[in-house]
Design a protein around this ligand. Structure first.
Ligand code: 13P
Length: 302
């Protein structure tokens, strides 16, 4: 099938299945174009919770589809490529988290949404990169076990008086952005603001002009007066940045900054997934019941 035929087929199948396509800002351009909604992790989980559709096609990675399945148990949640995972989410398991909880029994457990349902079920509250600071500051405890992203934990620690105990995980893609990359980009584009994701290394975050989720980076870019902006996050975001700001120029701090998992979703796989209604992402009910508390607590904060 040609791209046009695939797009037409997706349109028909969406109607037939009463489906909605939710796509993350890192998805391939063509996938973003067929989505009903494109957003960051927080925006997507809100959409998933509020959606009236019978079927949600999640163009993203496994933990995002899992969050949708936790929040909307009555819907069929499809992940077009079930191998679309997240190494950061895989860096922590339930046993590891339980051991950490035993070591710091007084600490509240905040888990980044980039985590498995079973880890969310063991946590007090979830957060995304868009609301991590507010979530941490909303807690009564003085000590917070923050899992699994150490860089986001470090970023949060700059905006709270609480003791943050980080898990030692990180996003391999954001970790590739170095301070030398940032400095070289600044030298090549003097005066251009540097916008980075909080999953970047602490020294990169400290040197940036703006730090935020993909949604916040998009908002900052829309409102900025600058004509050139330097971006430190996965390159899929460039498609929306350029589309929404045709008169501005965007440069990645690190060339080829790609999350391979985010690129696994294709138009062909979306068609197949809607035709066969698979792969379906489900969460065992006992885990789901506990994990939804952490997600709903987060959604109530910010
Ligand atoms: P956002 O919350 O900014 O969408 O980030 C998602 C993510 O997984 C970054 O690696």
């Amino acid at each position: 099938m040609t791209e046009r035929e695939l797009i037409q087929k997706i349109k028909e199948l969406k109607e037939e299945r009463q489906a909605v396509i939710l796509a993350h800002n890192y998805q391939q351009d063509a996938v973003q174009d067929v989505a009903d909604f494109i957003g960051d992790s927080l925006e997507l989980s809100r959409k998933a919770a509020a959606s009236k559709a019978k079927v949600i096609v999640f163009a993203g990675v496994h933990f995002m589809a899992e969050s949708a399945a936790i929040l909307s148990p009555d819907k069929i949640v499809l992940l077009p490529d079930k191998l679309a995972g997240c190494p950061l989410a895989d860096s922590i398991d339930v046993e590891g988290l339980r051991r950490a909880k035993e070591r710091w029994p007084e600490a509240a457990v905040v888990c980044y949404v980039n985590s498995a349902a079973a880890v969310k079920a063991e946590s007090d509250v979830c957060c995304t990169s868009a609301n991590a600071v507010q979530v941490v500051n909303s807690l009564p405890q003085k000590q917070v076990l923050f899992v699994p992203d150490r860089n986001l934990a470090n970023y949060v620690s700059r905006f709270t008086s609480k003791e943050i105990i980080p898990w030692d995980g990180c996003c391999v893609t954001h970790q590739r952005v170095t301070l030398a990359d940032l400095e070289a980009a600044r030298e090549a584009h003097p005066g251009a603001p540097v916008l980075v994701h909080p999953e970047c290394r602490p020294e990169v975050v400290a040197a940036a002009d703006f730090v935020g989720s993909t949604g916040a980076i998009l908002r900052y870019a829309r409102e900025a007066r600058a004509e050139e902006l330097l971006i430190g996050t996965e390159m899929g975001i460039l498609y929306r940045l350029k589309k929404e700001n045709p008169s501005k120029r965007f440069y990645l701090l690190t060339p080829g900054l790609v999350c391979p998992n985010m690129k696994l979703t294709t138009l062909e796989k979306i068609v197949k997934s809607l035709e066969r209604l698979e792969p379906v992402i489900t969460v065992p009910e006992e885990t789901r019941r506990r994990a939804i508390c952490a997600l709903e607590r987060m959604l109530a904060v910010a």
